[in-house]
Design a protein around this ligand. Structure first.
Ligand code: GTP
Ligand code: MG
Length: 196
């Protein structure tokens, strides 16, 4: 889908967050799972910085999204730092909970949490912990299995294992390379953010 985007700001502190005036979508998941790439593939341009080195995104980066024909921005996308990568355990242990948990708990405009898991790796404890946290907070959440283009014929088995281990019946396969899942994810975003 063609949308208009604008980078708003990078925040390292709650005080810098944009005013919670638009419905916000948060992209969550382990370092390197493909959060920034997924944002770029959804909007069709390279607004979020990506890297093959885990831990690229260190701040919460906010982007305004405007649908064609609309006079003002419709949504905010929040690209979050990753957690739980083996090589950056300190962040997971210290920084992530201190910075991201308050964001998740207190961001009043948060309309949908998109939790990314890697379709190529077995279910991870850190992913299960995040989903448990989101459930406990009663957050509207959808799980997306990224890098589906790499899985090949094992995709349905891999999704099944993730469903079982993570206790989530709905997991959307996604590829930022081939755009698999893009239309479905936009539909989820639309339904989570459009007025009833
Ligand atoms: P952090 O900001 O470090 O937490 O990582 P991130 O989750 O934002 O990951 P990022 O989007 O930077 O992508 C990490 C790596 O995975 C990059 O090398 C991407 O090219 C690759 N990647 C991301 N999505 C896909 C995908 O759908 N398919 C394939 N094959 N590679 C992907
Ligand atoms: Mg990133």
């Amino acid at each position: 889908m063609k949308v208009f985007t604008r980078f708003m700001l990078s925040a390292t502190d709650e005080a810098h967050f944009p005013k919670p005036e638009l419905p916000e979508i948060a992209f969550l998941g382990r370092s390197n799972v493909g959060k920034s790439s997924l944002i770029n593939s959804l909007v069709g341009s390279k607004i979020a910085k990506t890297s093959s080195t885990p831990g690229r995104t260190r701040t919460i980066n906010f982007f305004e999204i405007r649908f064609p024909g609309r006079p003002k921005p419709d949504l905010i996308f929040a690209d979050l730092p990753g957690y739980g990568y083996a090589r950056v355990p300190r962040e997971m242990m210290e920084e992530w909970p201190k910075f991201i948990e308050p964001y998740l708990q207190r961001r009043t405009s948060l309309a949908l949490c998109i939790a990314l898991v890697d379709a190529n790796v077995p279910p991870q404890k850190s992913d299960a912990q995040l989903l448990e946290f989101l459930r406990a907070q009663d957050k509207n959440t959808i799980v997306v299995a990224t890098k589906a283009d790499r899985v090949g014929t094992r995709l349905s088995a891999s999704i099944k294992a993730l469903q079982q281990e993570l206790g989530t019946h709905r997991i959307l396969p996604y590829s930022s390379k081939g755009k698999l899942g893009s239309a479905e994810l936009w539909a989820e975003i639309r339904s989570a953010t459009s007025p009833v």
